[in-house]
Design a protein around this ligand. Structure first.
Ligand code: ZN
Length: 164
């Protein structure tokens, strides 16, 4: 499958609600997603970002291994929140501070079809929440207040990187 083209904002496909996935049918897709994510220097990628609206995302955060999440659900969130800067391969060159729960428990299926539960904190917890948002058609800029979002997108509209 090789490198995949990224879907970038404001493509309406990014607003889609992704559909449940079959672990047996996404192996090639997941391989190509890792290849694409590394080429673009990302730490997470959702299938919808490469035009496949399936409930699948991957992460590779520093000091952690490659992880694949199929049909993931966040089953626990901490009351404690954390604010840090985020970006997204689908919104090139746009970064903003986003506040999210500091820790999450996620349940998902892996490529072998086994269900697992992962408790994450720090950057991994942030990446999991960011990617899971993608499966529900939500982008990190949707967490910002309207004024901040408009200011960011005014810059984005003027960016030559928007040309595809
Ligand atoms: Zn993203």
């Amino acid at each position: 499958m090789g490198m995949l083209d990224l879907v970038t904002y404001p493509d309406p496909r990014l607003n889609a609600q992704s559909e449940p996935a079959d672990p047996d049918e996404v192996r090639d897709l997941v391989g190509a997603m890792f290849e694409t994510m590394y080429a673009e220097e990302g730490i997470g990628l959702a299938a919808v970002q490469v035009g496949r609206p399936l409930r699948v995302f991957i992460t590779k955060v520093q000091d952690d291994r490659e992880r694949v999440y199929i049909n993931p659900e966040i089953v626990e969130t901490s009351i404690e929140e954390d604010t840090a800067e985020e970006g997204c391969l689908s919104i090139p060159d746009v970064r903003a501070d986003v506040t999210r729960p500091a820790r999450v428990g996620v349940q998902a299926t892996n490529l072998k079809g086994r269900t697992f539960r992962l408790n994450a904190q720090g950057l991994l917890a942030r990446a999991i929440q960011h990617e899971l948002d993608h499966l529900n058609g939500r982008l990190f800029i949707d967490h910002l207040d309207e004024r901040e979002r408009e200011a960011l997108l005014a810059d984005y509209a003027g960016s030559p990187r928007r040309e595809r």
